[in-house]
Design a protein. Structure first.
Length: 530
């Protein structure tokens, strides 16, 4: 994707802090009987380091969740991925106990390179079941997705040949999400097609492989299967809520009716109707069953009707003219070879809608984890970029905990930290009521937990505004979060000093929050105690 001129780089000044950075060799030490969440300011992307108190006070346990950014976005906040990965190395002493990759998107993995993670070892790597090479359903989903990518690339190339630069630019930005890398100059479609048709090793796949190679133990996590533990901690447990093992749920992308925080929804279902054959992966064909159509070359050379098609419809190489053998046009007639009669490329413009749907389905395949600090204790919810079908699936099953059950509603009711889904996008946090049948924001932080509820949004607003109207974070969602958290909402591009307590909210809660929060140019730290 071509670089966009940064017209709002003054936003970088907003994140400047007078607080000196810790020494570069400083370890991240969590509070006693608690955890510290370090939210790295990679740009418009996710990278979190969780530090838990180990069984031995001198040996914290570290969990890293994702490491990526959208190219160009760090420029708006004056950070670089290399200094962030250097900090990860220093903060962990060079060893990450568990590395989590939530899903295969550029802004979650492109900071993961061999160079950036030199000198770091990894105990375990966790990925979603959708990446499991031994899972038949996962393999089927990946094959279909790869076929769609090839179809999308073919459509992109035809639009490029037709000179439709605007449409090509939109598709390239979507393809960059799926294929990855950190190139801020251009998207190389030819290279991408070669990778997909050969080994299928996109830049995103290569980034994920770095963690797999560094790890001694690669695990593919399935939702509701069992309660996981963080080895080395006394009592930290992990509940996997998503992604659902249901292709229909993964394809369920947008909030409906009162589930959304605004009336606008982006329909994606029609994209498949007009792009069905192209998405099959064998080049780009018209959006009709083959038995109902013939190709343009076949039509023009048909022994019976070729003359008619040539005279009336023509082709791109022939300018509009008076069709031979047809009377001179009157006031209600048009010339032959009329461009408007042809739909050779018009249908290709649904390609960007297909790309949007594909990106959303990758988001909806996010690994969603709830970290519980002590049995029946506080919960830290990392929802990655999960969308509607993922959220709705959380309450479909429960976890067995001895002779008791743990439900998704119970976990969310004890949630005191919410990593906001998909940079605060319209379709990644569900609205609703506490009595609703499926998860939504109202389920979170009930009772005694409400006074501590805090949210973290990984968004650089000024950069997002340069990206074809991305509304990250959506104002309605951020307003709802600010209200629920009484102002305790971190955002990548916003200094801690600019966060304000809501009127009429308890002063003691705000004072306690400020005592647990710290800011550095490249990260925020936030402490949670059991």
């Amino acid at each position: 994707m071509p670089p966009r001129t940064a017209t709002k780089k003054t936003a970088a000044k907003k994140v400047a802090t007078k607080n000196p950075s810790p020494p570069p060799t400083a370890r991240l030490i969590p509070p006693k009987d608690g955890a510290t969440v370090r939210m790295y300011r990679t740009g418009h992307g996710d990278c979190f380091l969780l530090a838990f108190r180990g069984k031995k006070v001198s040996t914290p346990v570290y969990v890293l969740i994702d490491c990526g950014y959208k190219p160009g976005s760090p420029d708006f906040i004056n950070t670089k991925i290399k200094e962030i990965t250097a900090n990860i190395r220093a903060a962990t002493g060079g060893h990450i106990d568990i590395a989590v990759i939530t899903h295969e998107h550029q802004d979650h993995v492109n900071g993961i390179t061999e160079a950036n993670y030199t000198g770091i070892t990894i105990g375990k790597t966790w990925l979603a079941w959708t990446e499991d090479p031994s899972d038949d359903l996962a393999n089927d989903l990946r094959k279909k997705f790869k076929d769609k990518l090839l179809g999308l690339l073919a459509a992109r190339n035809r639009l490029a040949a037709a000179g439709d630069d605007k449409a090509v630019e939109k598709i390239d930005s979507f393809l960059a999400f799926e294929l990855g890398g950190d190139d801020t100059v251009s998207f190389n479609a030819a290279t991408a097609e070669g990778l997909l048709k050969a080994a299928g090793e996109s830049m995103n796949k290569k980034s994920m492989k770095v963690f797999k190679d560094l790890s001694k133990d690669v695990r593919y996590i399935r939702p509701h299967e069992k309660i996981l533990t963080v080895p080395g901690t006394k009592d930290v447990r992990v509940f996997a809520l998503g992604p659902p093992r249901d292709p229909d749920a993964i394809a369920d992308l947008n909030p409906t009716e009162d589930e959304g925080f605004h009336p606008l929804t982006l329909g994606a279902a029609s994209a498949g109707n007009y792009f069905a054959v192209a998405a099959a992966g064998e080049g780009v064909q018209p959006p009709f069953a083959k038995r109902f159509c013939i190709t343009q070359p076949e039509a023009m050379t048909d022994s019976m009707y070729g003359g008619y098609f040539t005279q009336v419809y023509g082709d791109d190489t022939t300018p509009p003219s008076i069709a031979l053998g047809i009377p001179q046009p009157g006031p209600n007639e048009v010339e032959g070879n009329a461009v408007w009669r042809r739909i050779d490329k018009d249908w290709l413009h649904s390609a960007d809608q297909l790309a949007l749907a594909m990106n959303s389905q990758t988001n909806n395949a996010s690994l969603v984890l709830a970290f519980e600090l002590g049995k029946r204790g506080k919960v830290l919810l990392f929802a990655a970029d999960a969308q509607r079908g993922n959220w709705v699936s959380w309450s479909k099953k429960d976890w067995t905990d001895g002779n008791k059950k743990v439900t998704a509603k119970d976990l969310l009711s004890r949630t005191v930290l919410y990593k906001v889904g998909h940079h605060g996008s319209h379709n990644a946090t569900l609205n609703g009521k506490a009595q609703d049948a499926h998860a939504n924001l109202s389920w979170m932080a009930e009772g005694d937990y409400a006074g501590e509820f805090t949210a973290m949004i990984t968004a650089v607003r000024a950069w997002a505004e340069t990206q074809n109207g991305w509304d990250h974070p959506l104002k309605a969602i951020k307003d709802a979060l600010l209200k629920k958290a009484c102002g305790r909402v971190f955002q990548t591009d916003t200094s801690l000093t600019d966060m304000e307590k809501f009127k009429n909210s308890p002063a003691a809660d705000w004072t306690a929050f400020k005592s647990r929060a710290r800011e550095d140019r490249i990260y925020f730290d936030y402490d949670i105690t059991e």
